[in-house]
Design a protein around this ligand. Structure first.
Ligand code: FE
Length: 214
């Protein structure tokens, strides 16, 4: 890979750092972040192969960048055939942009205040260039899966925190919940991520654990 191959990601990180530092209003931040992510995923030559590798058992989530203040993180998600998340929340704003392949996104909410069961209220397919927004204010629960039967799909996610360390919930269809911390599938990309982000080994397995416990 040429030494300047990461230039699009570096540009995104610089602009997103400015954005997160200057824009406090979430709708404006999401609009500006969406425009920046749209530029980033317009081409996919910049993503190193090791961050686009599918895992055999479940989807991979590779940390590409997190700033020292943990105000935002950039993660590549890689989906092999049949890979699917549980229904989960994020608790912070997030942008999901499709880089390669296709993903199915199903959105969930409580059935009603009285009936504490989760219900799918819509679903849609996403293709390269498409971007979804999640946050507690615009809708935060979804289940994501690879829409390709035999190919690998890759999406680039941006979150308003070091998402691998955030305490979150998986929601079962009977209304029960399970706490989880996703962790990451990798150590940070050394050229763009600070060395001082703690990578606790137990976090690397917690997502798998919560997924397998469903
Ligand atoms: Fe998600």
């Amino acid at each position: 890979m040429p030494t300047d191959a990461l230039a699009p990601l570096r540009h995104f990180v610089v602009e997103m750092t400015r954005c997160v530092g200057e824009v406090s209003n979430e709708p404006d931040l999401l609009a500006q972040g969406k425009a920046l992510l749209s530029q980033l995923i317009a081409h996919d030559h910049w993503l190193p192969e090791e961050f686009a590798k599918a895992k055999p058992d479940t989807y991979a989530q590779y940390l590409l960048h997190c700033d020292p203040m943990e105000s935002f993180s950039v993660v590549s998600f890689v989906w092999g055939p049949g890979h699917c998340t549980p229904v989960h929340d994020h608790t912070v704003w997030g942008l999901v942009g499709i880089l390669r392949g296709a993903e199915r996104c199903e959105e969930f909410a409580w059935q009603s205040d009285q009936q504490r069961a989760v219900e799918r209220h819509c679903q849609h397919l996403m293709h390269p260039g498409d971007i979804d927004v999640v946050s507690p204010t615009v809708g935060d629960w979804h289940r994501v899966s690879n829409a390709l039967d035999s190919g690998v799909s890759v999406s680039i996610h941006v979150y308003g925190a070091n998402i691998g360390k955030v305490n979150r919930w998986v929601y079962h269809e009977d209304g029960t919940q399970k706490a989880f911390v996703s962790g990451y599938s990798n150590a940070p990309l050394a050229t763009v991520a600070p060395a001082d982000i703690p990578q606790r080994s137990e976090e690397h397995t917690s997502e798998l654990q919560s997924h397998h416990d469903l």
